[in-house]
Ligand binder design. Structure first.
Ligand code: HEM
Length: 402
């Protein structure tokens, strides 16, 4: 957007009372920390909280040209019980030794139950994270603009593969166990986010479109959590996928630990699903909006899924996305309509779930097509996308050039 920042255009639009001009500015924080895992709060506003000590540390590494050596040292660090690798700057090694551990409130039994739940419901989860949360991320303006203008935005295939690594490690049976990898993956991601906070403000492209000075605040991470965990939980309920109360609670607990490991303060992390839904209702829902960057990212992501044989047409894929999210988002992203496919999804998908869950005695029409579709998506996910050789999460040293 030439000389005008999107923010000034939005302010102008709002001043003129133009309908349909959505502000991407974050709403004031009005959520009480009594509903958090900490149970109490400092009164801080999570849109103004980043990851101070880690951000300063990583900014120093970038400024001193130490990041390539750090990436090389971190490459072999994979399992939760691997010691922090040697050869790292002392401050970083000290940080990782302290941060690559579960919080005191983590409940291993709940994490194991969540892992088992993930395994049993994996097909729905792949589908919801991939086609629901993944596409929703493109209509979260701050996220879409950050992802687009950071280095990885230029190679969506590779970036999507790395994001799958996070989801894959989180959904693994051993995710939080000593032999699992999630604690390490989350800590590497935390370092990547810290680097992005230092790098993106140096991008003239990003500065021209954003309404914020520094990306990826605690508030932004919470929004993304709601587009992932909270959204998926709500859809599973809506789709009547059988879950016990203990499983629902365990699934939330897994996400609570995950966002803690990403550097979100415990005073902002919702304690129950009711607390999470309340936070999501005003932190995520009202900020959803299309952006130029998001539209392009959505096309890239859908193009990526279409590269593997899902056994369905692109029209079906577009309609499935509309079904999982909604038509408003489908229209924002200009997903072409295919009304025959839409009708098939609307009737066939609930029947598919009901049959899989043993709630329908007769195999429904279209069962095998849906089955091939979910299996192909799961394979895409399990193969870490289509780029298995480049899925190591590395700290970036530059932004997208332009
Ligand atoms: C990088 C996950 C929140 C922007 C990453 C990576 C992962 C990840 C796994 C590493 C992938 C890579 O190296 O490309 C998550 C999760 C989040 C979250 C699980 C919340 C629950 C956010 C938010 C933003 C954001 C809120 C922006 C508002 C970025 C950017 C990169 C990144 C710009 C670097 C991309 C690159 O240049 O390669 N994130 N993220 N993330 N994330 Fe996040």
């Amino acid at each position: 957007m030439s000389n005008l920042s999107r923010r000034s255009v939005l302010s102008l639009g709002a001043a003129l009372g133009l309908a349909g001009v959505a502000s991407t500015a974050a709403p004031a924080w009005a959520w009480s920390s009594t509903g958090s895992v900490a149970g109490t709060g400092s009164g801080a506003d999570p849109w103004q909280v980043w990851d101070d000590p880690v951000d300063g540390l990583v900014a120093g590494l970038l400024d001193n040209g130490q990041v390539p050596a750090v990436n090389a040292a971190l490459a072999a660090w994979a399992n939760n019980d691997d010691p922090v690798p040697g050869g790292l700057p002392a401050a970083l090694a000290t940080h990782l030794q302290q941060a690559a551990t579960l919080p005191s409130w983590a409940d291993r039994a709940k994490l194991r139950l969540a892992a088992d739940f993930n395994r049993r419901k994996d097909t729905y989860l792949f589908m919801l994270y991939g086609l629901g949360s993944g596409i929703m991320s493109t209509v979260i303006p701050r996220e879409a603009e950050s992802v687009y203008w950071s280095a990885g935005g230029a190679t969506m295939k590779d970036r999507a593969a790395k994001t799958f690594t996070f989801g894959y490690d989180l959904s693994e049976l051993t995710a939080f166990e000593p032999t699992g990898q999630f604690v390490v993956t989350a800590n590497k991601t935390r370092l990547v986010h810290a680097a992005v906070r230092h790098l993106l403000p140096q991008s003239t492209h990003w500065r021209a479109v954003t309404d914020t000075q520094i990306p990826i605040s605690n508030g932004d991470i919470l929004v993304t959590f709601h587009s992932l965990g909270t959204f998926v939980h709500r859809k599973l309920l809506e789709w009547k996928v059988p879950m016990t109360a203990a499983e629902e609670d365990a699934f939330l607990h897994m996400w609570q630990v995950a966002i803690h490991l990403l550097g979100v303060r415990d005073e902002f992390i919702p304690k129950t699903w009711a607390d999470a839904n309340a936070q999501s209702a005003y932190a995520l829902t009202p900020i959803l909006a299309p952006t130029t960057e998001g539209k392009e990212l959505a096309q890239d992501l859908l193009g990526l899924s279409a590269q593997v044989d899902l056994g369905v047409t692109r029209g079906f894929l577009n309609e499935f996305v509309r079904y999982v999210l909604n038509d408003k988002i489908g229209d924002w992203l200009s997903l072409p309509r295919d009304y025959a496919a839409a009708a098939l999804v609307r009737t066939g998908w609930p029947a598919y779930i009901a049959f899989r869950e043993g709630l329908l005695p007769v195999i429904p029409v279209g069962f095998y097509m849906f089955d091939q579709f979910v299996r192909a998506l799961a394979m895409l996910f399990l193969n870490n996308g289509t780029s298995p050789t480049s899925t190591t999460i590395v700290i970036p040293t530059a932004n997208r050039p332009g």
